[in-house]
Design a protein around this ligand. Sequence first.
Ligand code: CA
Length: 227
Amino acid sequence: MQRILLVEDEAAIREAEAAYLRSAGYEVLEVGDGAAALQAFERVAPHAVVLDLSLPGVDGLDVCRALRRFSHVPIMMVTARTSEIDELLGLEIGADDYLKKPFNPRLLVARVQALLRRAGSRPLKVGRFVVEPDKLLVLKDSEPIALTTTQFNIFYRLLAHPGLVLSREQLLDAAHDHDPGRREVFDRTIDAHIKAIRKRIEDEPARPRYLQTVIGRGYRFVEQADA
Ligand code: CA
């Protein structure tokens, strides 16, 4: 199930949006301010973020900028103001789309679905690596690397969040439909996939620089191990 982080300080609006997103099949994590949004992001590694622009404390612009320092997650900004649209979608802020308030929550669902569809096939370039989901293609220094679809999905998810630690559970979610009843088996499955990916992408698979283990927490992709 895909997870949406929903950041909106007006409870009535947030609850209505969350209800529509849930009925469309998404898991929704609701938070009411920017600081909580940043904390929640690290914890749940959502597939997309719906982010209100005007928030108490850390506002939506700052949340968006902060997320963009380490994540390519699709971000939908929600705002009553339209004067800042160019800036919102520009490189400095880095939102992917926006919705002007007020709107019918059905429209939000449709736009989030479209955003996730686009994001799932968006090419990424991180350091020496390029990944192109529509071709299941990974390039390292412009040379193709062969990965299975499952390995590709795991690698893509890690690469989409450089530096962020993803748990085995989050990586399983990326690789397959999640089945909590088979957690222990799955944990080992992820370790095996990581080992296989390392063989393909690392200069020295026994001493991984890019795909790092974070003991007790999971794995992360690091653009440059020495940086
Ligand atoms: Ca607001």
